[in-house]
Every structure is written in structure tokens, then in C-alpha cells.
Design a protein around this ligand. Structure first.
Ligand SMILES: [Fe+2]
Ligand SMILES: [Fe+2]
Length: 168
């Protein structure tokens, strides 16, 4: 069924293989760390920083305010915003850890931390997407007009562009 919020469902679908890659990168973490492992970790980090965080910023700017209006409470999205904060903090922690990694043997703390961050991000983002799709989007599908939905997606796109420009 095509719904008003299909563009956001499609965007999640496009992002999802990269979410799966977080799990794959976690499963591939090994000691000694190979150049292939490092490449996977680098790709996971780039995806989070360059695609997922701008997506979250766009939702904060243009999607969540609409959800708040529909639900009649400015705190309706507070718990989901907290997820965004946690995703950003874990991404930054992954970036810091990655900067310390070189090919070859790693200590057991680095090995554990890498796995915890990659698996933690995988689970957190997967559940976060499911909450948005299962709770927020059906509400918008039944409460927004076609014009309101279009306006919201244009504003999201603008906010995502601005967030991406900030990164580069
Ligand atoms: Fe989100
Ligand atoms: Fe999302």
C-alpha cells in the first residue's frame, strides 16, 4: 500500500542495508585486526556520520515537530530524540576508537569496545526505525493532508542537505 509517508519508509529501506553492515562489521571484528576489518569499520563510521546523523537531524527539524502537533504534545517525541542523541554519542565514540586502530593485534579492551559499539548501534538504530515506522508514520498517514506531507518532506530534504554540508 502506498501511503503519504512512503518517501520516509523508502529512505529507511535505502539506509537499512548499511544498518545490517554495522552488525556484519561487529561480527568481523577479530584479533589481529586485518585491513579488511578496518575497511568495514571505516565504512560503518562513514555511513553513520555522513548519512544517518543528517537523517536524524532532518527528522528533528521537520518530522518530529509535525508528530508533536498531531499528537498534541511538545514532548511526544522526547524519547525518540534521546535515541538520536545516543546514536550520535555512540557514533562519535566509534570515530574516536577507530582513530586509534591500526592493522595488527589489538588489545582486548579495543576488541570488546568495537563489538559493543557496532552491535549496540545496530540494535538501537534498528529498533528506532521500527518505532518511527510503526508508531509515528501511521499517525501521520491518517492525520496529514497530501500538501502537509509534501511540505514536510521538502523541509526534511532541506534540513538533511544543510546537515550534510555542515559535515563536509
Ligand atoms: Fe530517527
Ligand atoms: Fe528515521
Amino acid at each position: 500500500m502506498i501511503t503519504l509517508t512512503q518517501p520516509l519508509r523508502d529512505e529507511h529501506k535505502d539506509l537499512f542495508p548499511n544498518i545490517e553492515n554495522l552488525k556484519k562489521a561487529g561480527l568481523a571484528v577479530n584479533n589481529p585486526l586485518t585491513s579488511k576489518n578496518l575497511e568495514k569499520i571505516g565504512e560503518a563510521y562513514s555511513f553513520l556520520k555522513e548519512h544517518l546523523l543528517p537523517h536524524a537531524r532532518a527528522e528533528e527539524a521537520a518530522l518530529y515537530p509535525v508528530v508533536q502537533k498531531v499528537m498534541g504534545s511538545s514532548s511526544a517525541t522526547a524519547t525518540m530524540s534521546r535515541d538520536h542523541v545516543e546514536i550520535e554519542q555512540l557514533t562519535l565514540a566509534l570515530g574516536r576508537l577507530r582513530a586509534t586502530l591500526v592493522e595488527g593485534s589489538i588489545d582486548s579492551h579495543q576488541e570488546n569496545d568495537l563489538k559493543l559499539l557496532l552491535f549496540g548501534l545496530f540494535t538501537l538504530v534498528k529498533v528506532h526505525f521500527a518505532k518511527e515506522e510503526g508508531v509515528y508514520l501511521p499517525l501521520l498517514d491518517t492525520n496529514l493532508s497530501k500538501e502537509q506531507a509534501q511540505e514536510m518532506f521538502i523541509a526534511m530534504e532541506r534540513a538533511a542537505h544543510a546537515a550534510k554540508a555542515e559535515i563536509h
